[in-house]
Design a protein around this ligand. Structure first.
Ligand SMILES: Cc1ncc(COP(=O)(O)O)c(C=O)c1O
Length: 153
């Protein structure tokens, strides 16, 4: 350990080691039967998912209008923080006993979809624990925002 201490006595590169990204890309192709994952452009190792949940909003949200980010309510708190710091007031989809504690995607109007740049969905939900059905996930996927982030913790 002493001999190699200098290798770990510094912060790693933000994009992680090439060998790790290649291993992740090959695993994704195998696990999800994907045609081609480019380790240089499609993979970013993270120190926990919160980092990615936050960073993605900063990368894809350019609107300064309310509703650029849609997320369930209640929510894992980083969705709101990421939306606010990206300059957007989140549009909250309330999850309560009337909708089985799940965000009702059908309530989003075409005008709201037009403005939306990112949707956070969490299944099983946090803190409610409700699981979205395949139909609900497909509806969300078809709805048309530029980015969707499925937080499956
Ligand atoms: C729903 C949900 N998403 C994301 C996270 C972040 O997890 P981590 O950054 O530890 O991977 C948590 C942590 O509690 C969570 O509950």
């Amino acid at each position: 350990m002493k001999e190699h201490a200098e290798l770990v006595a510094k912060y790693p590169a933000t994009q992680g080691r090439a060998q790790l990204r290649v291993a992740i890309a090959r695993w994704l192709e195998k696990r999800f039967v994907l045609p081609s994952i480019d380790p240089e452009h499609h993979v970013l190792p993270l120190n926990g998912t919160r980092e990615g949940l936050f960073a993605l909003a900063q990368a894809v949200v350019s609107t300064r209008q309310a509703g650029g980010v849609i997320c369930p309510n209640p929510f894992y708190q980083i969705y709101e923080g990421a939306a606010l710091l990206a300059g957007s007031q989140p549009l909250l989809l309330n999850c309560d006993e009337h909708n089985g504690f799940l965000p009702d995607i059908d309530l989003v109007t075409p005008a709201q979809w037009q403005n939306c740049q990112l949707v956070y969905l969490c299944t099983p939900g946090n803190p409610g624990g409700a699981v979205m059905s395949s139909r609900q996930l497909q509806t969300a996927d078809r709805a048309g925002p530029r980015a969707r982030l499925f937080d499956c913790q």
